[in-house]
Write a protein that binds this ligand. Structure first.
Ligand code: HEM
Length: 163
């Protein structure tokens, strides 16, 4: 077994025949050309994954530890993932942004949701306003009641004073 071989998905894809078959499982590359005839699950399933990532297919079956040991014997390398530099990512990002359609006049904008948010906050302030209103009515009502009581008491006093 040699793990020094580093191949990309593109390289692995070239090994997609029964006689020349590579599979990728958990980022490791396995040469299954010799094993394909011995596979207890049949050659068809392996051929379906030839030259591709077979991790999901392999794990879905729930292979035994023995199967995993066989895997070790078949490993020929590891997968080389393409790593983008920051500069490449920036370029890629710019390409995506450039492809995005620019907004046209009259298009709905995210303001709508901002509006909804401010609407809810304004309804909050509305309820605060209502609270103050209720206090105000109670205060004025209380004052009016007090003055009315004073007035009536005076009237009563005047009446009793007259008699
Ligand atoms: C090089 C990779 C693989 C090795 C070494 C391997 C090995 C084995 C072994 C030893 C068994 C016998 C049962 C066990 O011990 O779990 C088995 C069964 C099986 N394998 Fe694989 N396998 C590999 C890849 C795959 C892939 C990619 C598939 C895709 C679906 C697959 C599908 C199956 C199925 C369907 C069975 C039969 C399960 C059963 O009858 O219960 N195998 N394999």
């Amino acid at each position: 077994m040699s793990s020094t071989l580093e191949l990309t998905y593109q390289d692995v894809a070239e090994h997609n025949t029964k006689k020349d078959m590579y599979l990728v499982i958990h980022d490791k590359i396995y040469d299954c050309a010799q094993f394909v005839d011995e596979h207890p699950g049949g050659e068809e399933v392996l051929l379906d994954c030839a030259g591709q990532d077979a991790t999901e297919a392999f794990e879905d079956v729930g292979h035994s530890d023995e199967a995993r040991e066989t895997l070790d014997k078949l490993q020929v390398g590891v997968l080389k993932r393409q790593v983008r530099s920051t500069l490449e990512w920036k370029k890629h990002e710019k390409q995506i942004v450039d492809k995005m359609p620019s907004p046209q006049p009259g298009d709905p904008t995210p303001k709508a949701s901002a509006h909804a948010a401010s609407g809810s906050s304004s309804s909050n302030s509305d309820s605060t306003g209502l609270g103050i209103g209720v206090y105000f009515i109670l205060l004025v009502g209380g004052a009016l009641g007090y003055f009315a009581f004073q007035y009536m008491a005076k009237q009563e006093q005047a009446k009793t004073g007259a008699t």
